[in-house]
Ligand binder design. Sequence first.
Ligand SMILES: [Zn+2]
Length: 315
Amino acid sequence: MSLTIGVDIGGTKVGGGLVDEDGRILATALRPTPADDTAGVIRAVSEVVDELRGDHDIEAVGIGAAGWISSDRSTVMLAPNLSWRDEPLRDKVAAAVDLPVVVENDANVAIWGEHRFGAAKGFRSSVLYTVGTGIGGGIVVKDNLLRGTNGVAAEIGHMRSVPEGRECGCGRTGCLEQYASGRALTQAAREGAKADPDKARFLLKLAGGDPDAVTGKEITEAAGEGDEVALAAFDFIGYYLGNSAADLVQLIDPGVVIIAGGVVEAGDVLLDPIRKHYTEALAKRADLPVAEIQAATLGSKAGVIGAADLARQLT
Ligand SMILES: [Zn+2]
């Protein structure tokens, strides 16, 4: 049996999995992510690898990390959440664990997991949106990750949805991430509840009457109960996601468009408006064969499974 380890370096935790060639996770390990401490993160990754390795014969380690990863998949050029710059993560971890290591962007490992074992399996080309606090993107074309010249392709969250729109952390304005992320959902619901409290009765009840205390979980629950403001907030982000997907379909012509990330746990209250606006935005293109919008199926495990499978390609 061929075993590799996938590790997901998140903002709060370093999670790893021992994964077989069929994408099954046989064991998991977890450490908190040390804040602003590069050496600490590398130590946490090697502890996770050592714990999972046990007596197993491991072939390689794959790491998924948020940020811009160099085209040779060795260096984290910039990771905003971890304050890393030009960090040679691959070589440092490889030295610590004495195994081949590959480093990849977190959304790229997620789409790779879905491509090999999840919702995009069976399609040679696919597009993935990770809708969480921000928006990550991944694109597979003819069974290969679209990585670009410098390793930083498929940053769908930073494509412009609104000319001269909201300011984004990346320095641009009008990025999709500012209109369709979990943060944008919460913002839309809070503003809606303030503007028209009568239409947000259920939502405000859940939030103890305070619009600024509204959370994503409460918006999902309220939408399920038919709360108008909560439904309008999902329609707001669905509009931008659907329109973005229709644009990417013109460019890539994928077999499927996958929606992943924490917000997709909301289910149809998110997917229905995305599909509606997607079909509208496609216009006559919708009459031709065209990708469907589907929810990811591997959930939060996609990153670990995808990273482990990419590591297998090293061997
Ligand atoms: Zn941006």
